[in-house]
Design a protein around this ligand. Structure first.
Ligand code: FAD
Ligand code: NAI
Length: 471
């Protein structure tokens, strides 16, 4: 081993949490290294998550629209064909461009990019098994763990990424399956089910709970979303749990039973996607060498300033508490560097938006009706359907609505929930409103350009504190 190098900061993991932290540290002149074993920066999000999934969602939506939805728009197209290989190629090009972009930003901000697997030797030293062979030891005043998460496996159903796949396999199948079963109707399940349904697969989503969307989605929105997705051809089995899987035969067999009541059934598929959640990843990190423990869900335990019980070792992103979202990881990355440098930082966990990129998109920020009921908060509701919005009508895209939840007494916005085209962009306005402590009247009295989908947002706010004009 070479002699340890002394740095201000070492970050283990070059995902969104790690790379953003490294750039922020580099920008302010810290001597920083970021260790990543994958061979590319950007982590799950850029390589096998947010970015490739959105590429496939966008292009499969275009394919489906051109194949099935042009006639009423006055466009006659010929024989529309799918070139899955080229669609995957377009995805790979987007991913490569973005991961290389992060590498460029590392150079620009003097971040030492160390390609290899890092593990704790002691409280200040990390040993890196270099991808190219050999090892390097880094010594630092501060260490950030940003090692992310991995797909939770389904017991007894081994993931081979060909017939039994996680989201990673779903992003690079070489053929569209005839029959696909998706275990878990959360965000990964629904996004990937949408992609393959649009490309022609017969897809059944099995969900243990009585509603789709995973944790946090307002139940009125979840119901509406399910109806729309079912119209697109997706099949759902709710209140149904998968008890066993068997991939030894020609097709994969999935035994399911009613969550209550025990009625059993066997589903068969060419490809089964396991999408039952993700879990923190700390394998091989050597936490035991510094006496750091994880909780019952594998999360490294921290305080409000992201500190472990060893104060100069901090943890951010998917590997610790909070929603497993890239923009949450990014916020924490900036905050943690501010904590290290100046002793204070800021993330508003009450205003982190969530977006499901199906068609139409579903987006929300703040609390759902279920949250408010549980907390016994008195609230009022405002609604505006896209079917009454001029731009949505012009675009022939009228599915969905905007819903506001506001304090019954003060009118302060408590939650915004949208289902509709472009909901993922529109939610930024709701997030800003929540961050600023706005009332629905504040939003309703703000001029919105015409004709835009955002006018539905304004009118939903109007309908919360008074009356909408167009509905
Ligand atoms: P990760 O991105 O997982 O990065 C951790 C990195 O650490 C990895 O690259 C890993 O190789 C590296 N690493 C681990 N251990 C070591 C070690 N010992 N030494 C060196 N390197 C190590 N979120 C959104 O907000 N929007 C989306 O649209 C979205 N879509 C998604 C789609 C899919 C299919 C999936 C799976 C996830 C999606 N997510 C999305 C979630 C998002 O990807 C994560 O929240 C985000 O990547 C978390 O960032 P992170 O840096 O904490 O962890
Ligand atoms: P999830 O937690 O969102 O959903 C998993 C679903 O599987 C739940 O609804 C659960 O009830 C169900 N389930 C669990 N066990 C089951 C069983 N045995 N049988 C049937 N159903 C079962 O997890 P998912 O979809 O895997 O996503 C993981 C994380 O990735 C999410 O937390 C999300 O934050 C992130 N992500 C974000 C995206 C976005 O922001 N657009 C896209 C994709 C992922």
């Amino acid at each position: 081993a070479t002699e340890a190098e002394e740095l201000d900061l070492v970050i283990i993991g070059g995902g969104v949490a790690g790379y953003v932290g490294a750039i922020k540290a580099g920008q302010s002149g810290m001597k920083v290294a970021c260790i990543e074993k994958r061979g590319a920066l950007g982590g799950t999000c850029l390589n096998v998550g947010c970015i490739p999934s959105k590429s496939l969602l966008n292009n499969s939506h275009l394919y489906h629209t051109i194949k099935h939805d042009t006639k009423k728009r006055g466009i006659i197209v010929g024989d529309v064909q799918l070139d899955l290989k080229a669609m995957m190629g377009a995805k790979d090009t987007s991913v490569a461009g973005l991961t290389k972009g992060v590498e460029f930003l590392f150079k620009k901000n003097n971040v030492d990019y160390v390609k290899g697997t890092g593990a704790f030797v002691n409280e200040h030293e990390i040993k890196v098994d270099l991808n190219e062979g050999g090892e390097r030891t880094l010594r630092a005043k501060n260490i950030i763990i940003a090692t992310g998460s991995e797909a939770t496996p389904f017991p007894g159903l081994e993931i081979d990424e060909k017939r039994v796949i996680s989201s990673t396999g779903a992003l690079s199948l070489d053929a569209v399956p005839k029959k696909m079963v998706v275990i878990g109707g959360g965000i990964i399940g629904l996004e990937m089910a949408s992609v393959y349904c649009r490309l022609g697969a017969d897809v059944t989503v099995v969900e243990y709970l009585g509603a789709i969307g995973g944790p946090g989605m307002d139940s009125e929105i979840a119901k509406q979303s399910q109806k729309i997705l079912a119209k697109q051809g997706l099949k759902f089995k709710l209140n149904t749990k998968v008890v066993k899987g068997d991939a030894s035969g020609e097709s994969v067999k999935i035994e399911v039973e009613a969550a209550k009541g025990g009625k059993q059934e066997t589903l068969e598929a060419d490809v089964v996607l396991v999408a039952i959640g993700r879990r923190p990843y700390t394998k091989g990190l050597g936490l035991e060498n510094v006496g750091l423990e994880t909780d019952d869900r594998g999360r490294v335990v921290i305080d409000k300033e992201y500190r472990t019980k060893i104060p100069h070792i901090r943890v951010i992103g998917d590997v610790t508490f909070g929603p497993m979202l890239a923009h949450k990881a990014e916020e924490e990355a900036v905050a943690v560097i501010e904590y290290i440098q100046q002793g204070y930082g800021h993330v508003n966990y009450g205003a982190i938006p969530a977006v499901m990129y199906t068609y139409p998109e579903v987006a929300w920020v703040g609390q759902s009706e279920e949250d408010l009921k549980k907390a016994d908060v008195k609230y009022k509701v405002g609604n505006f359907p896209f079917s009454a919005n001029s731009r949505a009508k012009t675009n022939l895209d009228t599915d969905g609505f905007v819903k506001f939840l506001a304090d019954a007494e003060t009118d302060r916005i408590l939650g915004v929930h949208i289902i509709g085209a472009n909901a993922g962009e529109m939610i930024a306005e709701g997030t800003l409103a929540l961050e600023y402590g706005a009332s629905t009247e504040d939003v309703a009295r703000t001029c919105h350009a015409h004709p835009t989908l955002a006018e539905a947002f304004k009118e939903a706010a109007m309908s919360t504190y008074g009356k909408a004009i167009h509905y």
